[in-house]
Write a protein of this length. Structure first.
Length: 150
């Protein structure tokens, strides 16, 4: 019986020995892969340097394509102002963007910005009819004007 147990032990050791050699071989492959990778990166960096100069030449062409964008047609529709707004910007139909621009011209011409906080607009007699209150922030301005444009 002693021979049988010895035989079992030797067969059990053989597969373990094969696994150990397989584990040793795997790290060796990884080490060679790591050595090859930096060489590729170095050549890629050298090749990338000339491409950067060609991209600088192509960049202005891309900017021209962006500037050729057309404005939204909804902003360009001429709207008629209410009688209260017509006293400030005129009675002719204007786009919403132009109405806001004309209001700001009127505000700066008459020095109606709050000196302590330039974002607030102090209403005079004409503007108080439009705003409905004495002081309005510049963020509320477009919303208020929208109510007075048809």
């Amino acid at each position: 019986m002693a021979k049988k147990t010895a035989a079992k032990k030797t067969t059990a050791k053989k597969p373990a020995a094969k696994k150990a050699t397989a584990k040793k071989a795997a790290p060796a492959k990884k080490a060679t892969a790591k050595k090859a990778a930096p060489a590729k990166k170095a050549t890629a960096k050298k090749a990338a340097a000339p491409k950067a100069t060609t991209k600088k030449v192509a960049a202005p062409k891309a900017k021209k394509a962006k500037s050729a964008r057309k404005p939204n047609a909804a902003f360009m529709v001429a709207l008629t102002p209410s009688p209260a707004l017509a006293e400030v910007i005129g009675a002719t139909a204007v786009p919403r963007t132009e109405a806001v621009r004309k209001i700001w011209v009127y505000i700066k011409k008459n020095n109606l910005q709050n000196p302590k906080n330039k974002r607030n607009i102090l209403a005079d007699d004409k503007l108080s009819k439009i705003f409905g209150k004495k002081e309005v922030t510049m963020f509320e301005l477009a919303g208020i004007l929208g109510k007075h444009l048809n």
